[in-house]
Design a protein around this ligand. Sequence first.
Ligand code: GLN
Length: 226
Amino acid sequence: MRSIAGEAVVDASRAAGPERVPVAGLPGEGLRIGVLAMQGAFAEHRRILERLGATVVEVRLPRDLVGLDGIVIPGGESTTIGKLLVAWDVLEPLRSAIAGGLPTWGTCAGAILMAREVADSLPGQPLLGVMDIAVRRNAFGRQVQSFETAIPVDGIEGDPFPAMFIRAPKIESVGPGADVVASLDDGTIVAARQGPWLATSFHPELTGDARFHAWFLTIARGARRT
Ligand code: GLN
């Protein structure tokens, strides 16, 4: 068992080993990617991004945002991450960096922080509110109802992607600026893209499949300002 936000969750003993990375080359080479490292599954993102050749910066202070080609906001507990963003004065600088076009990928709690509209948020919960999606927190039920399923993702070739859901949000709608990139069989939206921004309800960093990270690195490279 492993733990997110201090709670025991699904068995992720399959977690990424080098032998399981099914991507060619080093799509992160020469890229400087931040991983917001306040709380949650940031170490897992870091490991995969480094394996894909990126230089990874753990972001805890406003100055850590300087010179990034992209940033990942991990899963964990959005209320806690939000409080720490405020306490450490990172909320506003991060919001303006993202609004300025910084490629950003929010996974689970990270997707909640990115969303413009959040149902079932706590009163006053700090959010970034940049992406044109509406999400509902904890919409799949409790921790014990965590599940994994393979889903096709627009933008990722090959086999369906193993998607792990842990007290995940649903994406209830996407605005005109954003596109749905993955849904469950019942139509529930679980991943969206808006230009250089990605939001996923699930946790690609907890599987051995590095294709989602490789895709984000490709987006970050494409958005690079020279
Ligand atoms: N339920 C959590 C929240 O609201 C998200 C869970 C996760 O990131 N795995 O922040």
